[in-house]
Write a protein that binds this ligand. Structure first.
Ligand code: SAM
Length: 260
């Protein structure tokens, strides 16, 4: 198993641009199956009318925005978060419409299609930028992950591909979940997505650790932390799809739970 990539090592070795170019270029990328399934899951969930409200916090946003494209239709405001400065900088390039920002247009186009092409890609992009009202530092290992900000509890928390990177072991994952719960109203919704039983992936020449989690672990840890699981979908990639030189990733999940 890869050695845990702590924050300073992560800041030093995780190149967010490389991550975006590698995983989020749309069709043909390593995360193609993951992205397509998660965009469809987000669309279904946030267009159902059952999960909506004033505020959603996305834990571990930077450098990505794809996970917010459907949520921006269901919430008045989005609080995006960052943990390392390089990832924040990459997110800001997109927020500020800077040259050399990552091009999300193929992913935006797919979400616009799912939503019935009611708006253009440019309109969607503008809407999402407008809905992100704050971009705050976050550390899931802290009792208040948003400290020093002291936020009122929110209607929904999303966290995608984050907890497995942020937590060195299963105990830390459970604690992170407890800390995230402190941000959520009773009855609030938690949406988690990530990889199953994956222990590493390569970012250029550097290995980034991932905490291997199973479906059973997710069910147990959510139950122990006072959540009712509404939906847990597991997807398996065809054998041999991922080169083991790049990752031991072979399955991923989408989970929707409600805080009791
Ligand atoms: C692999 S990236 C995922 C980014 C994006 N959510 C996605 O879906 O691709 C992992 C994210 O976890 C964040 N992260 C790592 N350790 C963290 C911690 N202790 N607290 C909060 N976020 C953390 C990173 O900064 C990054 O945003």
């Amino acid at each position: 198993m890869a050695e845990f990539t702590n924050t300073s090592k992560y800041e030093e070795t995780f190149d967010p641009r490389c991550y975006l170019d590698f995983f989020y270029i749309g069709q043909g990328s390593l995360a193609e199956d993951f992205i397509q399934a998660q965009l469809e899951n987000f669309h279904k969930l946030f267009s159902s009318g059952k999960v909506k409200g004033k505020t959603v916090i996305d834990i571990g946003t930077a450098p990505c925005i794809y996970q917010l494209l459907s949520a921006c239709e269901a919430f008045d405001e989005i609080i995006a978060t960052w943990h390392t400065k390089r990832e924040l900088r990459e997110l800001q390039k997109w927020q500020n419409r800077e040259a050399y920002a990552h091009d999300w247009s193929s992913i935006m186009k797919y979400v616009c299609e799912l939503e019935g092409n009611r708006v253009t890609v440019e309109e969607k992009e503008t809407k999402l930028r407008g809905k992100i009202k704050q971009t705050l530092f976050c550390d899931v290992s802290q009792t208040n992950p948003m400290a020093p900000a002291d936020l009122p509890k929110v209607d929904c928390v999303i966290t995608i591909e984050c907890l497995e990177v942020a937590c060195r072991n299963h105990k830390a994952y459970s604690l992170a979940l407890k800390n995230i719960s402190n941000l959520l109203k009773p009855g609030g919704h938690l949406v988690i997505g990530g990889d199953l039983e994956t222990s590493y992936y390569m970012m250029g020449d550097h290995m980034v650790s991932s905490l291997p989690v199973t479906e059973k672990f997710l069910r147990d840890v959510l139950g122990e932390n006072g959540y009712h699981i509404i939906d847990l979908k597991v997807y398996h990639l065809p054998e041999g799809k991922i080169d083991p030189k790049l990752s031991d990733y072979g399955a991923f999940y989408f989970l929707h739970a409600q805080k009791m």
